[in-house]
Design a protein around this ligand. Sequence first.
Ligand code: ADP
Length: 170
Amino acid sequence: MNKKRVELIKGDITSLDVDAIVNAANNSLLGGGGVDGAIHEAAGPDLLIECKRLNGCETGHAKITDGFRLKAKHVIHTVGPVWYGGYHDEHSLLASCYQSSLAIAKEKKIKTLAFPGISTGAYGFPKDLAALIAVNETKRFLTKNVYPEKVIFVTYGDDSYETYRKLLDQ
Ligand code: ADP
């Protein structure tokens, strides 16, 4: 895989000028705290109206909406697993979040896609393991597919940046 197809940045995902940002949503898709709250705040009330029509989303799956007032044209909402110690399918459900989001990006011919650390906030997934899953699933997908052309991992207010940096340098 061409290394230029994966980027790493620190910052607020809601400010990115990309084709799509991924939201770490909950099963209701009706907004919440963390990055979900920030995305709804920045996108404006029309995002909630569109989300209400989607009838929620299962854990490990993903659904796409418009980006409304965001610079990003679309939001892909995925629902990560809550971490219950690692013996409740958390690993495969988180992998499925990345696979499902990337599959939607492929279908919609999205060129640039940005991910926050799904499940690594309120849902308590260990950050190092989450980063490993994120990078592995993304690399695997990009090797086989033309879209998305570029994936950006966005780290926010913690030390995940170095974790991702090491994984991406391998
Ligand atoms: P979850 O419920 O899936 O754990 P959270 O929103 O609580 O989702 O956290 C997911 C990750 O998103 C955390 O690593 C958190 O630091 C990060 N995050 C929170 N706000 C933003 C933001 N504005 N931009 C990018 N990442 C963010």
